[in-house]
Every structure is written in C-alpha cells, then in structure tokens.
Ligand binder design. Structure first.
Ligand SMILES: C[S@@+](CC[C@H](N)C(=O)[O-])C[C@H]1O[C@@H](n2cnc3c(N)ncnc32)[C@H](O)[C@@H]1O
Length: 341
C-alpha cells in the first residue's frame, strides 16, 4: 500500500539513518552547510545522500512521488502539471517504444514510472540514495512496472554503464547536486549513444540574479541549504558544450508561465488539492510532527528537519517572486555522431 499518511511520513524521517542518529546527523548537515563552498565540495556526495535520507518522507508526504516543480497552466492542478512536464520531456526526447532511457538522479521514481508508461520505454533510474531506491522498488511493485522500470544504486558522477548504452537520458532537479557540473554532463554524454539526446529541468540562478546584492545572496543560500549548489543558466550551457553536446534549444519555462511554480508554497495561497504544502497545511504538519516526536513515533530531530525545509521553501518563494531563480530551466541537447565531431 502507498505510504503517504502523516504517521508513515513521521516514522520514515531519517530513512536509512538509525532513529537515534537523526538529530546528530541533522546538526552535522547544518554545520557543513555553514562552511565554505570549497569545503562543501569535499564529501559533497555523501552529504547530499544523507540529506535525502532526512527529507524523503517529508517530500513524498507533501509533494507526491515526483520530487520536482513544474511550469503550470491555469486550471491545472499541481499533480497534473507535474505529469504534463514529464510528458513534455518524453516528447522532446522523441522517445519511441522499446527504447532504453536513463533517468539521472531519479528520486523514488515518480517521473521514471510516468515516462516509461507514457512512452512505452524501459527506464533505468540511477540514484545513490539507498532508502529512496527501496521505496522506489515498492512503488514499482504497486504500479506493476518492475519489468520496464529499474533502479541502480550508484553515483551519477561515475556510472556503472558501458559507453554508448542509452537511447536517451534526462535529469530532473537532480544535477544541481553535482559538485562538478561539467564532470556530470560529461558522464551522461559517455553513456548516451551517439546522435541521441539528453534533456533536463535544471535548478538555476537566472540572469536577474546579482551576486553583489546581499538579499539575492541570502535567498540563494536559503535554497542551497536543501537543494544543491546553484549555478547560472549560462554556466550550465557552457558545461554542456564543453562536455561535447550540441544544444538544440533551451528556455526558462518559468518565464512565461501563467501560474507561478512556487504557488503551492506561497503564504497568500490556499489550495485544497495541495493543502499539505500551504502555510496552514505546514502549520498542521509541524504540530503533528512535534506530537509524534514527543510520543516517540518520529525520531528526535524530525521537527528540526521540518523547520529547515520550511526555511528552504521561503527561499524558493522569494527566489521565484524576484525571478532570480528557476527550477524549470529546460534544455535539449544531442551527442554528436562521430563523423560530425
Ligand atoms: C530533488 S531529487 C529529484 C528526484 C527525481 N528526479 C524527481 O524529479 O522525482 C534529486 C535526486 O538526485 C539524487 N542524487 C543527488 N546526487 C546524486 C549523485 N551524486 N548520484 C546519484 N543520484 C544523486 C538524489 O538522491 C535525489 O534522488
């Protein structure tokens, strides 16, 4: 059965981390994030992995099986927009039945299952978080897609696949976790077949971000606490080209979207369909987590994890409102054929 209730969420906090260690791990995570960027890059993969142990059950409870934002039309629910953005990716990649597709940083596999079913392809999700993979396999079983949807536990910086393996690759809200974005794209390039495409929704700072503006820097830091090392759209494009890709097209899909992607977190917004994400919903969740932690059902430190996710949510809303940050920077790129290089 799907585990999306409040009790399941609270008792799942910490994932693979022992219940007695959630608090100390949280403190360590924070000390790490307070440090210098260079220091953060060392052991970065390990910290990101622990971060996802801490937060996965909150994400699934609040957001569902897909852990990403979406460009949204008027009249569309949050869930509908998330699925449509996944279908868009499949269409842009031109996926054909029977193809072998790679999902880079696949979470618990929400996009992977949707894209595999939508396009009749086989999708391999790579993820270095064991807890998410265990959960993803359970959800594959519930959806009955074990034959076409598989998980591989590995670092996307060093993938355990031979060169030229996949007919297509995509990454959604994941490669912002790469300490070295060029190295990450280069690795995706290696495992893609020549002539085939890579598409992504990247988390990026936009051209409106001013590194000399203290408020902008504060917002960027708040987002980075939960969600990676943010780069500009230009840096991502430059890294793509350096890795050898030919850019087909790119666009910040937030730029002309009628419903802001951050709406579910906005203080002025009340939604019944995504109630758990609204300020009122988060107030209820906070008190529930507090009670479950007090009663011993949730590990010590759960409330702090919930609180720091709320801080990150505030940064996201501010970043979105000021248009200095986007979680839906889309690009489509192709690996060149050997004779055109
Ligand atoms: C925000 S989640 C997005 C998950 C998924 N793409 C989705 O949209 O539901 C980022 C994912 O990247 C994974 N990840 C981060 N760093 C990774 C690495 N070095 N190797 C493999 N996976 C990684 C995390 O474990 C997590 O599953």
């Amino acid at each position: 059965m799907s585990k999306t209730g409040a009790f399941d969420m609270a008792s799942g906090v910490g994932g693979n981390i022992h219940k007695t260690q959630v608090l100390s791990l949280y403190e360590k995570y924070h000390a790490f994030y307070g440090g210098e960027e260079e220091e953060r890059k060392t052991n970065y993969t390990d910290m990101v992995n622990k971060y996802y142990d801490l937060v996965t059950s909150f994400y699934e409870y609040g957001w569902g099986e897909s852990f990403h934002f979406a460009a949204r039309w008027k009249g569309e629910s949050l869930r509908e927009s998330i699925k449509r953005n996944e279908h868009f990716l499949a269409l842009q990649l031109g996926l054909k039945p029977g193809q072998k597709v790679l999902d880079v940083g696949c979470g618990i596999g929400g996009p992977l299952r949707e894209i595999a079913r939508f396009s009749s392809t086989s999708v391999t999700g790579i993820n270095n978080n064991e807890y998410q993979i265990t959960r993803g396999k359970e959800l594959n079983g519930i959806a009955g897609v074990e034959k076409t949807c598989v998980f591989v536990k590995a670092d996307f910086m060093k993938m355990p696949f031979p060169d030229n393996t996949f007919d297509a690759a995509y990454a959604i809200a994941a490669t912002c976790h790469a300490a070295d974005i060029y190295g990450c794209y280069k690795e995706i390039y290696r495992v893609l077949k020549p002539g085939q495409c890579f598409a992504a929704y990247e988390w990026c700072m936009t051209d409106a971000f001013d590194p000399n503006n203290a408020e902008h820097q504060k917002i960027k830091a708040e987002i980075e606490i939960g969600d990676g090392l943010l780069r500009s759209t230009r840096q991502c494009l430059e890294a793509l080209k350096q890795a050898g890709f030919e850019l087909i097209w790119e666009k910040d899909l937030a730029s002309d979207c009628p419903v802001p992607w951050y709406l579910p977190f906005d203080k002025n917004h009340l939604s019944l369909s995504s109630f758990r994400l609204t300020p009122l919903g988060r107030f209820f969740t906070r008190n529930l987590v507090k009670a479950l932690e007090f009663l011993g059902f949730a590990p010590k430190g759960s409330l702090r994890v919930q609180e720091f996710l709320e801080k990150a949510a505030e940064g996201l809303v501010e970043g979105g409102r000021k248009e200095i940050f986007t979680p839906v920077y889309f690009f489509l790129a192709r690996k060149l054929l050997p004779d055109s290089q």
